[in-house]
Design a protein around this ligand. Structure first.
Ligand SMILES: [Zn+2]
Length: 163
């Protein structure tokens, strides 16, 4: 279906219009990013969540050690500025002890507030929390035996919001 439509448009001589519309949409999407302190540039929804998660975690003493939000990725969430990685301990090192416990506290807060902040999904310790499974958590199939610490989210809580 997708290949047929441009072909049809091209034959009708509207290729230029189609490209112009696409470029306009891309510009509008990037303009929607807002400066969000230590999170950098993210969507307004992500910023609202980031600030709330930050204050809750500071209050509860389970704040993360470092973070990364808008960056290149295979999936669209990070490049679009609607995902953040909240690192507990050091990136590349499996969170243990207090770092691990703090990550679980962060995940609990995020799950409890998924509705208020339009959360799409959360990943921590190889488990995805999303509407699939009613936020109770299910195995992340991309995390296989031999996958790296970061791929399996053993060092950071990944959280993404809806568009
Ligand atoms: Zn991530």
């Amino acid at each position: 279906m997708r290949t047929r439509i441009p072909a049809l448009l091209a034959s009708a001589g509207v290729t230029v219009t189609l490209f112009a519309a696409t470029a306009g949409t891309a510009q509008a999407a990037s303009a929607q990013l807002v400066g969000c302190g230590s999170a950098g540039k993210v969507t307004a929804k992500m910023c609202k969540l980031y600030k709330a998660a930050s204050s809750a975690s500071i209050k509860g003493h389970y704040h993360w050690d470092s973070q990364g939000c808008k960056h290149k990725d295979r999936l669209p969430y990070h490049p679009e500025g609607r995902a953040c990685d909240l690192v507990y301990g050091k990136i590349g090192k499996t969170a243990t002890g207090d770092n691990r416990a703090d990550g679980y506290k962060m995940v609990k807060w995020l799950v409890n507030h998924h509705g208020a902040y339009s959360i799409d999904h959360i990943i921590w310790q190889g488990i995805i929390y999303s509407p699939n499974g009613n936020w109770k958590g299910h195995k992340d199939k991309t995390c296989k035996k031999g996958s790296g610490v970061t791929v399996c989210h053993r060092d950071h809580v990944h959280v993404a919001v809806r568009k």
